[in-house]
Design a protein around this ligand. Structure first.
Ligand SMILES: [Zn+2]
Length: 291
């Protein structure tokens, strides 16, 4: 069954030269992830989303690697796992597209994080489908980070657990210098999409992304407004990786849905996923042709 499915997928992809990124499919995948409920590390929903990532990744020919570690959090030691799905290219040089799949644990609130945690998960799952069966010059890796959210007050030591762990691991293994670019996405499902020109991000890569968005007619979603957001790109930036964060940090008026029970699927739109998906795929293509 598995082999037959793989053959059919390959045949379909060969005919199409890789599937297009579907914003509708990304939203549907996000909806399924959000239906698992709260997804903070250690919760039943967290285990379910892990199973779902394994299942969806298994439908592609990509190589899935699980990076498990124990994080010391204000709530004690907690087991976390990053998922890395790579599509090998002609070159070992790689482009990484990442986002987090955990949701913030908020006492007394059933926080399901449709946009914050859900959208990045669904976006990457759809990206896996779109990348499967394509010819790649560069190796393209998708990374679902665990433990982006802080358990207590956000600090150097609380939050970004998964990305801190993976950046350090890749540095130790000598794999970090292979990363040509890292594009992290977060909260990109917002119906009213406006991506911040994030201040820590590497300007040249931001420039490439903003120009590409303009060429595709999506310029109005990529704002000139600047702001600094500590996100999963930061541990990689600190180690010298060319990394950016694509984040819409104005979710509802005055960002009022952020980290509240209001962060639900009805606030999202397939078109926002489509815009970011098309731009990211085009940027990957440009990076590949730049060699
Ligand atoms: Zn958050």
């Amino acid at each position: 069954m598995r082999g037959r499915e793989a053959l059919l997928t390959l045949a379909a992809a060969a005919a199409l030269g890789g599937a297009d990124f579907s914003g509708g499919s990304a939203l549907e995948l996000t909806r399924r992830v959000v239906a698992f409920g709260e997804r903070y590390p250690g919760s039943p929903g967290h285990r379910k989303v892990q199973e779902f990532i394994r299942w969806e990744a298994g439908k592609t020919e990509g190589e899935l690697e699980e990076d498990s570690f124990t994080a010391a959090t204000p709530r004690g030691k907690i087991r976390m796992t990053n998922f890395i799905l790579c599509f090998p290219g002609e070159s070992e040089a790689r482009v990484v597209i990442s986002g987090h799949y955990d949701t913030k644990r908020i006492e007394g609130v059933r926080f399901v994080g449709a946009n914050d945690g859900g959208a990045s998960t669904g976006f990457l799952l759809e990206m896996a489908r779109a990348l499967a069966g394509r010819e790649h010059k560069l190796t393209v890796c998708l990374v679902w980070f665990d433990g982006e959210e802080a358990f207590g007050e956000w600090s150097e030591r609380d939050g970004l657990y998964g990305s801190r762990n993976l950046a350090e691991k890749w540095r130790r293994q000598g794999r970090l210098e292979r990363v040509r670019a890292l594009i992290n996405v977060d909260m990109i499902g917002d119906r009213d999409l406006g991506i911040l020109r994030e201040g820590y991000s590497v300007a040249s890569l931001l420039g490439l992304i903003w120009n590409t968005a303009r060429e595709l007619g999506y310029g109005r979603h990529f704002l000139e407004e600047r702001g600094f957001v500590e996100d999963d790109h930061v541990p990689f930036l600190r180690l010298g990786v060319t990394a950016v964060d694509l984040i819409d940090f104005d979710y509802g008026e005055g960002n009022r849905y952020w980290h509240t029970a209001e962060d639900t699927v009805d606030k999202l739109d397939a078109r926002s996923f489509q815009v970011v998906g098309n731009v990211v795929l085009k940027v990957i293509e440009k990076l590949e042709n730049r060699r």
